[in-house]
Design a protein around this ligand. Structure first.
Ligand SMILES: Cc1cc2nc3c(=O)[nH]c(=O)nc-3n(C[C@H](O)[C@H](O)[C@H](O)COP(=O)(O)O)c2cc1C
Length: 357
């Protein structure tokens, strides 16, 4: 079980090691189109076993932050093809994270003809940054059944185009950190009284239907999903009565679909979230049985090894991959890591982006 040996993800994707570059929004996609600078950034980090891209919107309705990429127009798909080619040229693998922000947005970050959609018409606490300052989140429209179906189809179309036209290795459904899919799972943002709200079965329906449709379109081996149990980021309720039951139910259903992996964000570390009240990572692993990724503040071989020793399969690394493009090599050679500059996490241009060595 070496961190530095290859790992078979699903039946199609061979990873050269067990380190996963975590999805990291970096706001360099001018006009929401992936570009050459981003191709260079991802190519520099192709030493990861798997790169999971920054959150990428499947629709104009899903754009939340300024300068995040999309995967719904021809120009965006062409941009993703350049990135896939750049990563593959260095023998790397890349999944694109599909992130529909739902209610975590400002109109100022969205095109004019778009709509802010969410399970219920409940505004999220907090503010969104825009090119002209901070603004309260947008009041969302509660999705009707037609909008539920058309939004699921947007995920399907993006997934198909990314894999078939751009040559991306797979996609990750972002069902964590308070974005649209997570908004359906969480009782604070989902107060629907139809078949998409209330019970565990109903609150998980949107996520499971979306996963099933994407699996039918591109194959289960190319689909992963990210969850953040006990997370409170973006105005989520961190704990609720049937939380453990929710994730056990999801894990069992996703196991039946043969999904490539479940990716668990540990918000206790980077986001300062409260303690877990159950052994949720283990419950997910036992019920899913397939590949599970987790991490949080991994900056040494020992911390990464502890994750494998706990029975989980792959280790995600976020901030350390920002400032150490050759992170895996540095860990293997026991070299010191460079600390990231937070000031340039979300700025535009190459500073704090492609200039780390
Ligand atoms: C600048 C920045 C951007 C992030 N963007 C995303 C994102 O687009 N999607 C996502 O799922 N998580 C995102 N995260 C969370 C990271 O994937 C990761 O879970 C977090 O940084 C903790 O890992 P670390 O301690 O190794 O940094 C982001 C974190 C940071 C610091």
């Amino acid at each position: 079980m070496s961190l530095f040996e290859s790992f078979k993800l699903g039946s199609t994707t061979e990873l050269k090691n067990r380190f996963v570059m975590a999805p990291l929004t970096r706001c360099r996609a001018i006009n929401n189109i992936p570009n050459e600078l981003m191709a260079e950034y991802y190519q520099q980090r192709a030493g990861a076993g798997l790169i999971i891209s920054e959150g990428t919107s499947p629709s104009p309705n899903g754009l939340g932050y300024p300068r995040i990429p999309g995967a719904y127009s021809d120009a965006q798909i062409e941009g993703w093809k350049k990135i896939a080619d750049a990563v593959h040229a260095k023998d790397g693998k890349i999944f694109v994270q599909l992130m529909h922000c739902g209610r975590i947005t400002s109109k100022l970050n969205m095109p004019e003809d778009s709509q802010t959609l969410a399970p219920s018409s409940i505004i999220a606490a907090g503010e969104m940054f825009t090119e002209t300052g901070m603004f309260p989140h947008e009041m969302p429209k509660a999705m009707n059944l037609e909008e539920i179906e058309s939004t699921q189809n947007e995920f399907v179309n993006s997934a198909k185009r990314l894999v078939n036209e751009a040559g991306i290795d797979g996609i990750e459904l972002h069902s964590a950190n308070g974005y649209l899919l997570n908004q359906f799972l969480n009782p604070k943002s989902n107060q629907r009284d139809d078949q998409y709200g209330g019970s565990v079965e109903n609150r998980t329906r949107f996520v499971l239907e979306t996963a099933q449709k994407v699996v039918e379109a591109i194959g289960a081996d190319k689909v992963g999903i990210r969850f953040s149990p006990y997370g409170e980021f973006n105005d989520m309720l961190p704990d609720y009565e049937d939380l453990e039951q929710t994730f056990i139910y999801l894990s069992k259903k996703l196991a039946k679909m043969n999904l490539a992996y479940i990716h668990i964000v540990d918000q206790r570390i980077a986001f300062g979230a409260p303690a877990f009240t159950t052994d949720i990572k283990n419950s997910i692993k036992i019920n899913f049985k397939g590949t599970v990724i987790t991490g949080g503040d991994v900056d040494s071989e020992e911390k990464a090894q502890a994750i494998l020793s706990s029975g989980l399969d792959l280790v995600y690394v976020g901030r350390s991959f920002i400032s150490n493009p050759n992170f895996v090599e540095k860990i293997q050679n026991k070299e010191n890591l460079m600390a990231p500059d937070m000031e340039t996490f979300y700025t535009s241009g190459d500073k704090g982006y492609t200039d780390y060595v």
